[in-house]
Design a protein around this ligand. Structure first.
Ligand SMILES: Nc1ncnc2c1ncn2[C@@H]1O[C@H](COP(=O)(O)OP(=O)(O)OP(=O)(O)O)[C@@H](O)[C@H]1O
Ligand SMILES: O=C(O)C1=C[C@@H](O)[C@@H](O)[C@H](O)C1
Ligand SMILES: [Mg+2]
Length: 191
């Protein structure tokens, strides 16, 4: 059975750095799996009534992180099984990470620095990257965050090829993961 024909038992949460492709891959992955797609950054903007850039500018990063944590916990509590593109910093928060690990299949979209830089260069809506040289900011975030993203259930390299190729890799990785860890109902069905 392939992931696209598997019934996915839990929400799939994509984690990783800015530009890794959580939003772009998540939207296509959801469509391939026939699941709803939710972008946590968009949900935060809707809840705040303004853009992430405006939240950072008016209230600061700490307030954004507070809102991010609350919005993701609410989504996990209230929304049926879906594909969730998290914000790049969400998985770094201890409480959010613990809940994501308990309730979702976590997938780290991993990319090398030059790839991330090329991708984030296309849009200027990421406030953290305006706090200094984007390459230095990303390098620092990689040092701090990669050991934490590595706690995800599944890691998928996204460095080469188009978005569709990354989606195929995620589907294959999901197959392998679901094959290794059957859900309780799958376990009962197989016994
Ligand atoms: N193989 C690939 N995998 C993922 N994204 C790719 C790939 N090739 C090109 N891209 C492009 O890179 C960009 C990735 O940006 P995207 O907004 O999806 O990242 P993100 O992880 O959601 O970042 P953020 O944390 O800032 O929200 C998109 O424009 C996407 O089309
Ligand atoms: O990596 C981060 O800390 C961020 C990533 C984006 O998804 C947004 O959540 C915001 O720009 C911060
Ligand atoms: Mg995104």
């Amino acid at each position: 059975m392939t992931a696209s024909s598997h019934s996915i038992p839990r929400t799939i949460a994509l984690v990783g750095l800015m530009g890794a492709g959580k939003s772009a891959v998540g939207r296509r992955l959801a469509s391939r799996l026939g699941m709803p797609f939710i972008d946590a950054d968009t949900a935060i903007e809707q809840a705040a009534g303004c853009s992430i850039e405006e939240i950072f500018a008016r209230h600061g990063e700490a307030e954004f992180r507070h809102g991010e944590r609350r919005v993701i916990l609410r989504l996990l509590e209230n929304e049926p099984v879906h594909v969730l593109a998290t914000g790049g910093g969400a998985f770094i928060n201890d409480e959010t990470r613990q809940r994501l690990k308990e309730q979702t299949i976590t997938i780290w979209l991993k990319a090398e620095l030059p790839t991330l830089l090329e991708r984030v260069g296309k849009r200027s809506n990421r406030p953290l990257l305006k706090q200094g040289d984007p390459a230095e900011v990303l390098r620092r975030l990689m040092d701090v965050r990669y050991p934490i993203y590595a706690e995800a259930d599944v890691t998928v390299e996204t460095s080469t090829g188009p978005v569709e190729e990354t989606v195929e890799r995620v589907l294959a990785a999901l197959d392998a993961h679901l094959g290794r860890t059957p859900t309780p109902s799958e376990r009962i069905a197989a016994s």
